[in-house]
Design a protein around this ligand. Structure first.
Ligand SMILES: Nc1ncnc2c1ncn2[C@@H]1O[C@H](COP(=O)(O)OP(=O)(O)O)[C@@H](O)[C@H]1O
Ligand SMILES: [Mg+2]
Length: 307
């Protein structure tokens, strides 16, 4: 009744009747077994919200359109999938590159990795940590090649690069900074070598999405740059980091990350947790630990990774 609360008081009898009719109609449409379309009116499909639903969609959906993505570097595909009455887009990444040393535009890179495997690994790790910042991603073949299929983030307002260049002020600056801190910590954990603002998309609720973690998960046990660790850490993320263990990671990352990559990940986790434990000891927990509200439209209850 809250949503109507302010209207009740000043409405006369006719208004009350209209409101009751609206509430009844809404309840009828929402109730189980009552979702048949009225003649001439299509009943909107409930969106696929849970990780399990989106994973099933990505694994089983039929490709009805397939095109290149015009911007970017590794040229992933953008496909439209149909699954029952549901239609949605997905990104497909097939690249699987590894070089012990690789000369790139910005210098010599050691343990160069640019792989679809990292897109799946980042999604599973994100869910193990209870975050929900990486869109659902599954392993599925594309034209007989192994690949990562990632849920396309809809209602993108702009990339974080565009926001920065156009100097768009987030509606809730503090919530924005807290999200950026989560992203930067996750980047440090996965040793993301391509943590660019283009790879961060902003949806219409001003939620950040990490859409391109393919150049991550190097074997190094040290952080890429400890000084870049955010000064503060999200409470559930810190608990999730503490709880990460090798058997869980080995199971979740089978076929995606090798043993050295998992060693590196766990060693970096140790360094990160130590960093925040020291910060809590010197500055006190309230100055270091904050809480983000749950994400809108994200239900990270995956079949395999977060139950
Ligand atoms: N899951 C996604 N949801 C929405 N947009 C996406 C998604 N994946 C990629 N994009 C868009 O496609 C562009 C290129 O994809 P990306 O994975 O970053 O490839 P590249 O390796 O070429 O940078 C991104 O900058 C973004 O605009
Ligand atoms: Mg990219």
């Amino acid at each position: 009744m809250d949503a109507f609360g302010s209207s009740w008081a000043h409405l006369g009898g006719g208004g009350v009747r209209i409101l009751l009719t609206a509430i009844l109609a809404a309840a009828t449409a929402a109730g189980p077994g009552h979702s048949r379309a009225v003649a001439g009116e299509a009943t909107p499909l409930p969106p696929l919200r849970t990780d399990a639903e989106r994973e099933a969609f990505l694994l089983e959906g039929e490709v009805v359109e397939d095109r290149a993505i015009p911007q970017g570097v590794t040229l992933p595909r953008r496909v439209t999938l149909r699954w029952g009455e549901h239609e949605h887009d997905a990104k497909i990444q097939t690249l699987d590159d590894y070089k012990t040393r690789f000369k790139t535009g910005s210098g010599l890179e050691i343990d160069f990795r640019d792989s679809w495997r990292n897109n799946v690994a980042a999604y599973r790790l994100d869910r193990l940590l209870g975050l929900g910042f990486v869109p659902v991603t599954v392993v599925r073949e594309y034209k007989r090649q192994p690949a990562a299929w990632t849920w396309w983030v809809d209602d993108v307002l702009m990339s974080a690069r565009e926001r920065h260049e156009r100097k768009v002020r987030p509606p809730h600056p503090l919530a924005w900074i807290c999200q950026i801190q989560v992203v930067r910590l996750f980047d440090a954990l996965i040793y993301n070598f391509d943590p660019t603002l283009e790879n961060l998309q902003i949806d219409e609720d001003w939620q950040l999405w990490m859409i391109d973690p393919s150049r991550s998960f190097k074997v190094f046990e040290d952080l890429r740059s400890q000084k870049d660790l955010p000064a503060r850490c999200e409470r559930r993320l810190l608990a999730g980091l503490r709880g990460l263990d090798r058997p869980t990671l080995e199971k979740a990352m089978e076929g995606l990350l090798n043993e050295q990559q998992i060693d590196g990940l766990l060693a970096r986790r140790d360094t990160i947790v130590r960093f925040y434990d020291d910060a809590i000891a010197t500055r006190g927990e309230p100055a270091v630990v904050y809480e983000l509200p749950p994400r809108v439209g994200v239900r990270p209850a995956s079949r395999h990774y977060a139950e």
